[in-house]
Design a protein around this ligand. Structure first.
Ligand SMILES: Cc1cc2nc3c(=O)[nH]c(=O)nc-3n(C[C@H](O)[C@H](O)[C@H](O)COP(=O)(O)OP(=O)(O)OC[C@H]3O[C@@H](n4cnc5c(N)ncnc54)[C@H](O)[C@@H]3O)c2cc1C
Length: 574
């Protein structure tokens, strides 16, 4: 029998813990008895694991323990392999009744009493017009644009001013109820899904563009401003805000900052982080922090703004956001190039970059994506098996010259290169690109879109591997994305729940391939709930622990957007 290392570090200071079963195991963890749980003084429960059926129940912490990827759980018999011990390899830091619990955290869940208390406190602090409690209203805040299973929150707060955010956070803290910030709800990884129930804090009603400073090139916006509205407003003033996720008509700045959103223009202009100068941050512990600056330069203290950007709503809730703008380019030209296959398209991308060109977008569409576009009524040369949508900008002369050189760079491999003749044609091309995700969505009952990144010169290798995995697992896949950045959206499609184990195997294979090719799990959608189980494929345990520790500094009770980013007890389908 192997004893697990124990170093009690109760991060939940005033909580009282108790757990039912004892653990023992041969190089793994076994439990006799029922699912262990911990209970806080408030009646707030933390389940600590999932039990499998079989010879001896095995506690399932696969997502935390290095090398333990096989999942065993009563809830998902289809994906269970033969029962086996889960090998050790994780860090254990909590000791309960002589048993040992790994540091992977379970989801907090509010008891009925805690939820009632929260409802009472919210009513008192905000009044009924800003708090939704009837089921049909709450259902609208259960999901986002991902395959993360929807969870109906117990309460919804519609924030209109920063004081509403502060009040909602204070109530969540006092009642010990989870709270999940939300903006446009277009996230692709379940970031705004209240997986632990509790309160959804919707900031979409805070939608004022408070300032566009033409002299400094700075905009100050509330977190619910729709990105497309900001684009229009700053461009009227001769300025330009480059980040342009394809969800531009529905996503809001709060969500963009929380996800560090990118988009097609990121190749030349970078991502949201490159434009956030400062934020008004409201941590769950109380108060309003003015983080960052209003000047274009500044290096005072730690880069806390940088930490908050991309924190996926897990560290603090944003109020006002201060953004840097750049001058609006005088002229833009869009080119469309068709190729026999993606290898040729990849060769053209390399040629463009090798020739020292810096288009603002290079979007790649593979053969399956072109098939989806044809099915959606777009007439595309039937010989084409890949497409590049390329956009250049600058002053008039430079734009023309760049467009010519891009076309020349493609010529050797392309079947055809065309240039949009006017703004209307350009808009039509981009409208078709933006409709692609919904068009692909219609191809199957379920679509899971990953947003991996590999070094550009490995794009062809990645596509070969994706194809091989698709064939091995017998699942359909469609790939498109921001080829200039090596950021590809690999979409897996399926209709039948019986395919889920094969989809999961394909996703895991994709992530392993990406890391092997020198890439990263997410280029812009974040980790959220869907990719959390796989974080350990890319990041070391020490790095994950450091980030968990940072999270505890901001949120010691673990109540702000729990279940996101970090692997946790249980797994994604449970
Ligand atoms: C068709 C389509 C195309 C897309 N294309 C792209 C693309 O090209 N590039 C790209 O990067 N993404 C893309 N996305 C993903 C998505 O639009 C982005 O992640 C976007 O930034 C999410 O913004 P949102 O307002 O919808 O946020 P939500 O989905 O509401 O929330 C996202 C995250 O932000 C947190 N959050 C929300 N508001 C706040 C706040 N006030 N304070 C703190 N945290 C907050 C939430 O808790 C959550 O974790 C696409 C999505 C769709 C549906």
């Amino acid at each position: 029998m192997q004893h697990l290392r124990t170093s009690p570090q109760l991060a939940w200071g005033r909580s009282q813990w108790r757990a039912a079963p004892l653990f023992s195991g041969e190089g793994g963890i076994r439990t006799r008895g029922r699912l262990p749980y911990a209970r806080l003084a408030s009646g707030y429960h933390r389940p600590l694991g999932h039990l499998s059926v079989g010879l001896g129940p095995v506690l399932d912490w696969p997502n935390y323990l290095a090398g333990a990827r096989r999942q065993v759980c009563t809830a998902c018999p289809a994906k269970n392999g033969p029962e086996r011990d889960i090998p050790l390899g994780g860090r254990y830091d909590l000791s309960v009744l002589g048993a040992n619990i790994p540091s992977a955290e379970a989801l907090p869940q509010a008891s009925a009493a805690a939820t009632e208390k929260a409802a009472r406190l919210l009513d008192r602090a905000l009044g009924p017009s800003k708090v939704l409690s009837d089921r049909s209203s709450r259902e609208r805040f259960a999901g986002d644009e991902s395959e993360a299973p929807a969870t109906v929150p117990d309460l919804v707060v519609l924030a209109e001013v920063p004081a509403d955010i502060e009040a909602a956070l204070r109530v969540a803290r006092e009642a010990e109820v989870p709270i999940t910030p939300r903006a446009g709800g277009t996230g692709r990884t379940g970031g705004a899904v209240p997986v632990a129930g509790g309160i959804v804090l919707c900031t979409l009603g805070m939608n004022r563009i408070k300032e566009i400073d033409r002299r400094e090139g700075i905009a100050v916006v509330e977190p619910g401003v729709i990105l497309g509205d900001l684009h229009d407003a700053v461009e009227k003033e001769g300025w330009f805000y480059p980040p342009d996720p394809n969800s531009v008509v529905g996503c809001a700045l709060g969500g963009n900052v929380a996800e560090n959103a990118g988009g097609p223009r990121a190749f030349k202009y970078g991502v949201t982080r490159d434009y956030v100068l400062g934020v008004e941050a409201m941590p769950i512990g109380g108060g309003r922090l003015q983080v960052g600056r209003r000047t274009r330069k500044g290096v005072t203290g730690y880069d806390v703004t940088g930490l908050l950007v991309g924190s996926e709503g897990t560290l603090a809730v944003f109020g006002d956001i201060t953004l840097k703008l750049v001058p609006k380019p005088e002229s833009v030209m869009t080119l469309l190039a068709l190729f026999a296959d993606v290898r040729d398209a990849g060769g053209a991308v390399e040629a463009i970059i090798a020739n020292g060109l810096m288009p603002r977008c290079i979007e790649l569409l593979d053969d399956a994506t072109l098939a989806a576009m044809r099915a959606a009524g777009n007439a595309i040369n039937p010989r084409a098996g890949a497409m590049l949508l390329i956009e250049v900008d600058g002053d008039e002369d430079a734009t023309l010259r760049q467009a010519q050189r891009v076309a020349d760079s493609c010529e050797a491999q392309a079947l055809d290169v065309v240039v949009a003749q006017d703004a209307a044609q350009r808009d039509r091309l981009w409208a078709a690109r933006r409709k692609m995700s919904p068009a692909v969505r219609r191809m199957a009952k379920h679509k899971l879109s990953e947003d991996v990144v590999v070094p550009r010169q490995r794009i062809g290798d990645l596509l070969d591997r994706v194809r091989a995995t698709g064939e091995r697992q017998r699942i359909r896949n469609v790939t498109y994305g921001h080829a200039g950045d090596g950021n590809l959206h690999v979409n897996f499609l399926w209709d039948d729940d019986a395919e889920v184990p094969r989809i999961n195997a394909a996703i895991e294979q994709l992530f392993r391939d990406v890391v092997e090719l020198g890439g990263t799990l997410s280029g812009e959608h974040g980790i959220g709930v869907l990719k959390a189980p796989y974080l350990g494929i890319e990041q070391s345990e020490a790095l994950i622990t450091l980030q968990r520790d940072l999270k505890r500094v901001f949120d010691p009770q673990g109540l702000l957007n729990p279940g996101k980013i970090f692997p946790r007890v249980g797994h994604r389908d449970c």
